[in-house]
Design a protein around this ligand. Structure first.
Ligand code: PLP
Length: 456
């Protein structure tokens, strides 16, 4: 076989993990508790009951290392899991690097990203507890389409608040959600108090994820229990569900008779990075190999590299519990010139804490170098990465080039969290030279600091 042909590592259905891996069991320090938005005291599981089913609340606060995956969820996982792991031999050749580059490909799910791993689990537990409908937000539309499909699998209605700028720029993702049977609104809407109050002060608001979350949470909170809220990232139980990715990747790296020196993921709320990395981080924390872990974010939304580490709300109006996390401020409005997702003001508290304690590194890139890397990757490997995923591709390529400079072997593993087949408008803007590289202004970080909620 010529050595520029990629190699694919496949597993059988029996290798789909039987449990999710909970990193809390291996973390040196317990996670900082979420606080009630009014009392600023640690939330009790009862406080979360209007929004989430009991089973997910239990997972959110669990310290158990392994949490069993119910059979019906594993059955559905067999549709696209185990996902393939590839060695990117063509890309290695193009880069002329001694590094070995591996990627786990989550774009094989029917919705084209990793998000279905948690959407199916969340829909399952809600259905079991008698919920009729789920409300949620979506930015670029990947999470909304994943939940729409999971809702269809479990006969749950799904109502999606889609950030208005994406609703306008990404009509096909909206159509995909509709195809799966979901109702989709452009957020801000006049259906909620949160939406109406923003529209009153800014009728042309392009929306933000934090605002769409406020709307979706309000709909669930006022429903008296028939509607629950679902979040596609950030929360502990969401990251937990994604750990099927890393557990499979560990088996596949064994097949390849290799082990990563660096594990890379792009981060919006942190779920795909956590999904791939947490099982490997757990191994390192338990005294295993000294692997590096690299989270990659956009310079226009540099939550880890430049954000504050503080208690902040998860949404714009302050309806969610406060979480201790890296944040750009809950009222952050992303620049609408940006092409990709990854524009949430906050970050998973687990990822934030691991970063703060030195177990994870972070790096930020402007979008033009990200698209350049995504195009290099597509020409070598065939798969067109989602713009979000392009950040991980950029970092993987830079690690491979650094290995070449240093003349050293380096084993690189990254998460190809989703394909970009619905994102051709963003590629079009890149090819036309219309993408602007935007750095988050320093004064906005200082201003956000002054608006953080006060916690005693
Ligand atoms: C949603 C999404 C992301 C960012 O979210 P995380 O929770 O950080 O993973 C990254 N890549 C793809 C393809 C996505 O759909």
């Amino acid at each position: 076989m010529p050595d520029n042909i990629h190699t694919k590592y496949l597993l059988g259905e029996a290798d789909i993990p039987k449990s999710w891996y909970n990193i809390v069991a291996d973390m040196p320090n317990p996670p900082a508790p979420p606080l009630h938005p009014a009392t600023k005291q640690p939330v009790s599981p009862g406080d979360l009951a209007p929004l989430f089913p009991q089973a997910l609340i239990a997972q959110e606060v669990s310290g158990e290392r392994q949490i069993e995956i119910p059979d019906p969820i594993r059955q559905i996982y067999t549709q696209w899991r185990p996902s393939p792991l590839y060695r990117a031999r063509r890309l290695e050749k193009v880069l002329d690097t001694p590094a070995r580059i591996y990627y786990k490909y989550e774009g094989v799910s029917p919705v084209g990203s990793h998000k279905l791993n948690t959407a199916v689990a969340q829909a399952f537990y809600n259905k079991e507890e008698g919920v009729k409908k789920l409300s949620t937000e979506t930015g670029a539309g990947q999470w909304g389409s994943a939940l729409a499909l999971a809702g269809s699998y479990f006969n749950l209605d799904v109502e999606v608040f889609m950030v208005k700028i994406s609703y306008q720029q990404k009509p096909y993702r909206k159509n995909l959600m509709q195809t799966y049977g979901a109702t989709v609104h452009a957020s801000p809407t006049d259906l909620t108090d949160a939406g109406r109050s923003i529209l009153a002060s800014d009728p042309d608001s392009a929306g933000s994820l934090g605002l769409a979350i406020s709307e979706a949470v309000e709909v669930a909170g006022k429903s008296g229990g028939s509607i629950k809220y679902a979040l596609g990232s950030v929360l502990n139980h969401v990251l937990l569900h994604q750990t099927v990715i890393g557990q499979e990747a560990m088996l596949q790296m064994q097949q390849a008779d290799d082990y990563p020196d660096v594990v890379i993921g792009c981060v919006g709320g942190g779920s795909n990075m956590a999904g791939l990395a947490f099982p490997f981080i757990g191994a390192t924390l338990r005294g295993g190999p000294k692997t590096r872990f690299l989270a990659v974010e956009p310079s226009s939304c540099p939550t880890l590299t430049r954000g504050l580490y503080a208690y902040d709300y998860g949404d714009v109006v302050g309806a969610t519990p406060l979480m201790r996390m890296h944040t750009l401020g809950h009222d952050f409005m992303p620049p609408s010139i940006h092409a990709g997702g990854l524009r949430y003001h906050g970050m998973s508290p687990l990822i934030s804490q691991l970063y703060n304690e030195g177990h994870i590194e972070a790096r930020a890139y402007p979008q033009n170098p990200v698209f350049a890397a995504a195009v290099t990757f597509a020409r070598a490997e065939g798969i067109v990465p989602a713009p979000e995923t392009g950040h991980a591709v950029r970092a993987a390529i830079d690690e491979a080039l650094a290995a070449r400079e240093a003349g050293e072997e380096r084993v690189i593993l990254f998460n190809l969290s989703g394909h970009g087949n619905f994102d051709m408008a963003a590629y079009d803007a890149y090819f036309a030279g219309r993408l602007q590289d935007h750095e988050h202004p320093e004064q906005e970080i200082a201003a956000a600091q002054s608006r953080l909620p006060v916690v005693k």
